[in-house]
Design a protein around this ligand. Structure first.
Ligand code: GTP
Ligand code: MG
Length: 206
């Protein structure tokens, strides 16, 4: 899929204030600093559309970006950043869970996982939360430029093993990406294009 337009629409902390248009949206979620905002910039080809930072905790709100005037990308705050105060952390979690439980237009959550790390408890917990809440999701491994091709395959295999050990029956659909190199861009955009097409063919969500 080709990206013709990408525009920032609104940031807010309440799901009820998110855009009302019944068009498909895709949310990017994962631990702070995993590369959610960078991936949105890479996909849209707009380097400073979503704000990024070397320090975790940069994105603090639900950010809607409208793409090609007929679907949304959503940049969410990260979870699991230990240095924010407990109450702030709880707020993140509340509006993240509110978002996933209430946002009917959300057709796929992309859960970002740093390809370099072994499976982290908090990510496994979040995946279980999505599973029990029946939120459709895919895994997006990030920062693939930081390790060799052989190591990528090894780490994906290790992740599959960790998921199976956590009661998942199979590895969910996954993508391997690098925002600095553009790896995975076409595959991910084509996937979104296919899901969108299915929705548009059925005249939306009605
Ligand atoms: P929060 O908004 O704090 O939750 O973080 P985030 O998940 O949006 O991460 P962000 O996109 O701000 O990126 C965090 C850091 O990782 C930045 O320094 C990015 O430059 C770096 N980064 C993100 N993606 C990649 C990647 O694919 N490769 C490399 N080498 N660095 C990356
Ligand atoms: Mg961010």
């Amino acid at each position: 899929m080709k990206i013709n337009t990408a525009e920032f629409i609104i940031s807010n902390s309440e799901v009820s204030k998110c855009p009302k248009e019944p068009i498909p949206e895709y949310a990017f979620i994962g631990r702070s600093n995993v590369g959610k905002s960078s991936l949105i910039n890479m996909l849209t080809g707009r380097n400073s559309l979503a704000k990024t930072s070397g320090k975790p905790g940069k994105t603090q709100l639900i950010n809607h970006f409208k793409i090609n005037e007929n679907w949304f990308l959503v940049d969410l705050p990260g979870y699991g950043y230990a240095r924010v105060s407990k109450s702030t952390k709880e707020t993140f979690q509340k509006f993240i869970t509110d978002y996933f439980e209430k946002r009917e237009q959300m057709v796929c959550a992309f859960v970002l996982i740093d390809i370099r790390l072994e499976a982290q408890k908090i990510d496994l917990e979040f995946l279980t939360y999505l599973g029990t809440t029946e939120v459709p999701f895919c895994i997006v491994f990030t920062k693939a430029d930081k390790i060799s091709k052989g190591k990528i395959d090894q780490n994906v295999a290790a992740y599959r093993k960790a998921l199976l050990a956590n009661n998942w029956e199979e590895m969910p659909q996954y993508f391997v990406t690098s925002s600095t190199e553009g790896t995975g861009r076409d595959t991910l955009l084509d996937y979104i294009g296919e899901v969108n097409q299915g929705i548009f063919d059925n005249q939306g969500f009605i």
